[in-house]
Design a protein around this ligand. Structure first.
Ligand code: ATR
Length: 273
């Protein structure tokens, strides 16, 4: 029987992870099976334990279980610790579960490797202070950027996250209304505003000339925040498809010790090949 992995969430039917991992496995010649599990909100731990008891070697975790996966993990990486959420569970040799979070690495790798963004010396604005922001905090702080500012509609949440992350790097927090007069080389949207086709209200001129924008969401058409960037002359206005594929690649690497090639998978998902 091939080695078994799966993604667990609720809902789960829409998940692209099985197709992405099947492509990684084909490309790298790894014999594995990757399924999807509709998690029971009342018994997430039971679902995980059953999968592992049946021989499963690892899981990806998606909404709404990432925090429960964090609690369930027997040990955690530092980036998962800070994220307060786990999107990858790895069964260790002794049967214990290690929790990791590959979202931040996925974001940074997409920007840096796939698109050539140079973080060194930059001022980066991260919009939102929910789970999506927390999930990428540590990898962003480790890029060599000059300053990371978390700005949120509810300022207190941005200040709380900044207090958590400040010992780890050059981080501050504020409300969206405190951004007047500020300029950033990169603005990352980690709010859920795009789900309602909206953008956070930030000053038009807080994107520096030749600045980049990045929306963690993605869709078939440009997202609302991509359009915001395009309309304000962003040098690049990127969406989160590359991050999705890169976080999957990092999980694959954690499980298999092999790095898949991501660019063809990103193109396939974009419908370009
Ligand atoms: P996620 O796990 O996706 O981060 P979340 O924890 O519910 O989801 O957080 C959603 C984030 O999007 C919050 O930072 C929220 O701002 P508030 O804390 O002020 O609620 C932000 N958000 C959602 N809709 C928004 C909008 N229309 N404008 C600005 N920020 C918005």
């Amino acid at each position: 029987m091939p080695d078994r992995y799966a993604v667990i969430g609720n809902p789960i039917a829409h998940s692209k992870s099985p197709a992405i991992h099947a492509e990684f496995a084909r490309q790298t010649g790894q014999a594995l099976e990757y399924g999807r599990i509709l998690g029971n909100p009342e018994d997430f731990a039971g679902d995980v334990r059953r999968f592992i008891a049946d021989g499963g070697l690892g899981l990806n975790i998606t909404v709404p279980f990432k925090e429960q996966a964090w609690e369930l993990a027997d040990e955690r990486s530092q980036r998962a610790e800070i994220a307060g959420a786990v999107n990858t569970l790895i069964r260790l040799e002794d049967g214990r579960l290690r929790g990791d979070n590959t979202d931040g690495v996925g974001l940074v790798r997409d920007l840096r490797q796939n698109h050539g963004f140079e973080f060194a010396g930059t001022r980066v604005l991260l919009l939102g202070a929910g789970g999506a922001t927390r999930g990428v905090l540590l990898p962003l702080l480790e890029t060599g950027l000059r300053q990371l500012v978390i700005a949120n509609r509810t300022a207190s949440k941005a200040l709380a996250l900044a207090a958590l992350g400040a010992p780890l790097g050059p981080l501050t927090g504020c409300g969206l209304d405190a951004l007047a007069g500020e300029r950033f080389d990169l603005i990352i949207n980690a709010t859920s505003a795009g789900l309602a086709n909206a953008v956070p209200s930030i000053p038009d001129d807080c994107l520096s000339e030749r600045g980049w924008t990045y929306d963690m969401l993605y869709g078939d058409a440009p997202t609302a925040f991509c359009r915001w960037g395009q309309d304000r002359g962003a040098a690049r206005a990127l969406d989160g498809l590359g991050m999705l594929v890169e976080q999957a690649a990092e999980s694959f690497w954690l499980w298999r010790g092999v790095r898949p090639e991501t660019s063809t998978v990103i193109k396939q998902r974009r419908g370009l090949s």
